[in-house]
Design a protein around this ligand. Structure first.
Ligand code: F6P
Length: 543
């Protein structure tokens, strides 16, 4: 049966296509006031989208009908909202204060969370000050995190983002099972001053276990078997498996089933970040995330940043039918933020079946991006003039960490960011393009020929998230904002954002294919393409 609220939204989207964003600004130059909202750290401007007051109000009606508030409250209450895995979803408890009183299945979780945080802080402090040293007493100068997916992307992204706060050991990240990743990372490192963190929720992920075994051999080859205990630490929910690897309890940092991999940066998975920036900055990072949790829980939907960001996302994906969204941080230190969001968003909302077990009408968009201004000189051509409309999400800081002698850099960065969103929205008409050419002294004939190539359709949507400076608390807020946005969109799509069954098949097939690649088993049972590729691999390997 047709949903009348969806029908209203569909007709609003159809008229939005006709009106265009430029006209919305012509009708109401003060749109920014209506279509922006902020927390103490983040300002969201979504005025350069095709949403008007009527469509916004219809979106709120739809969100309420989809019970956004009740579902949010169920998550915060520790209910088992991850129905397909029968788990609570409580990453918010990792950045909470004890008084927040989070419970999973009715059991308080704060004491356990605080214990792990304290253990991480003690360990980090001692590694940073040399009290915990290598097996020969050497200061740990380099930490290598071995993990993949949620056990890698969060720490990598956040460690890069907070580079100005680094005063601990250098951090490196190995994720890919491609031996090149490990080999290139180990080049230049000394076993005696290197600490490995094996980060894996399950402690079974083949990439991580293979890399961990290689790291272990590297340590043992130089320092001997007895050194393993001093050069490894682990982060996992599978404490027995960590023990089997030979890592002591005092260097094992646990977390819980109710923390999804892609939501785990706040847990012990954040250990490499804490080692780099220190426990105090790490706590500020958690506090910044908690600010968004409190805001998400209590702000009215109309002023609620995660809700607004989710509604804009839903508008673009489900109603305007834009297949992708570009995340463009005008902040070089957020260079891995798009990659981080790819897992957060696409592993969460890239589902074909809804919570009701039926096929979903539409799932989340493709998420991609690169920092500006670099993207401008690469793919922005297509965003401005290509045949697909790609909503862009700009992120930018008002101020930078760099010294005042470099202030021109930040001014240019900001000017470029604002210029891109303005150009996308306003575009350039044929008349304007022709006039420019004539004013530049081109002939009428030339102008007529060239002007169509210089037309920008405009009416291309973007939103901007502005913050003061990328400090630990702001980064925490930014990540938490996107986490809750994914949650909001999931409710609108009718998707369980917290499972990831879609990654299983490839894993199973890889296990089956390993003996075929090594030549132990014949490829005859595989499809024709796979057989052909296996034969070619074997020929190349013999050559
Ligand atoms: O790719 C699937 C996945 O399960 C992700 O969800 C997860 O972040 C990643 O693998 C790593 O898992 P683990 O931390 O258990 O090694």
């Amino acid at each position: 049966m047709a949903d009348p609220l969806l029908e209203t939204l569909t007709s609003k989207a159809a008229s939005a296509r006709q009106t265009g964003i430029r006209n919305l600004f012509a009708e109401d130059p003060s749109r920014f006031k209506t279509f922006s909202a902020s927390t103490s750290r983040l300002l969201l401007d979504y005025s350069k989208t095709s949403i008007d007051t009527e469509s916004l109000s219809a979106l709120f009606d739809f969100a309420r009908a989809r019970q956004i508030e009740q579902k949010r409250d169920a998550m915060f209450a520790g209910e088992r909202i991850n129905a397909t895995e029968n788990r609570s979803v409580l990453h918010v408890a990792l950045r909470a204060e004890p008084a927040d009183g989070y419970r999973a299945d009715g059991e308080p979780v704060s004491a356990e969370v605080m214990d792990v945080l304290t253990a991480m802080a003690n360990f980090s402090t001692k590694v940073r000050n040399g009290e915990i040293a290598g097996s020969n007493g050497d200061l740990i100068t380099d930490v290598v995190n071995i993990g993949i997916g949620g056990s890698d992307l969060g720490p990598v992204m956040a460690t890069l983002a907070l580079a100005p706060y680094h005063d601990g050991p250098r951090t490196h990240f190995v994720s890919n099972v491609d031996g090149a990743h490990m080999a290139d990372t180990l080049k230049g490192l000394e076993p005696r001053s290197t600490l490995f963190i094996i980060a894996s929720k399950t402690f079974t992920t083949i990439e991580t276990m293979t890399n961990a075994a290689t790291a272990r051999r590297w340590i043992v080859a130089t320092l001997g078997e007895a050194a393993v205990g001093d050069h490894f630490a682990a982060v996992s929910t599978a404490l027995d498996k960590v023990n089997d690897f030979g890592i002591g309890q005092e260097r094992t940092f646990g977390f819980w089933e109710w923390v999804g991999g892609r939501y785990s940066i706040w847990s012990a998975i954040g250990l490499p970040l804490m080692l780099a920036i220190g426990p105090e900055n790490f706590r500020a990072f958690l506090a910044g995330a908690r600010e968004i949790d409190q805001h998400f829980k209590s702000a009215p939907l109309e002023k609620n940043l995660p809700v607004l960001l989710g509604l804009v996302g839903y508008w673009h994906r489900a109603l305007m039918h834009y297949p992708t969204r570009a995340i463009i941080p005008y902040d070089q230190r957020l260079s891995r933020f798009p990659a981080y969001l790819q897992q957060l968003d696409m592993e969460s909302n890239g589902k074909g079946v809804g919570l009701d077990g039926k096929p979903v009408v539409i799932s989340g968009p493709v998420v991609w991006g690169e920092p500006g201004t670099n993207g401008q000189h690469a793919f922005f051509q297509l965003i401005h003039q290509g045949t697909d409309v790609i909503p862009v999400e700009f992120l930018v800081g008002a101020t930078a960490h760099e010294s005042s002698e470099m202030s021109v850099h930040q001014d240019l960065l900001l000017a470029n960011c604002l210029a891109q969103s303005e150009a996308l929205m306003k575009g350039r008409t044929l008349e304007e393009a022709t006039r420019q050419l004539l004013d530049a002294g081109r002939s009428e004939e030339d102008a007529a020929q060239i002007a169509p190539h210089r037309v920008f359709s405009g009416d291309r949507p973007s939103l901007t998230i502005l913050y003061s400076t990328l400090d630990p608390a702001t980064l925490g807020s930014l990540i938490a904002l996107y986490e809750h946005r994914v949650f909001v969109e999931a409710q609108l799509f009718g998707i369980n954002a917290f499972d990831q069954w879609g990654v299983e098949l490839g894993k199973e097939l890889a296990t089956n294919l390993l003996p075929i690649v090594t030549g132990e088993t014949a490829a005859t049972s595989r499809d024709g393409s796979t057989q052909g590729l296996v034969a070619a691999i074997q020929t190349m390997r013999k050559a």
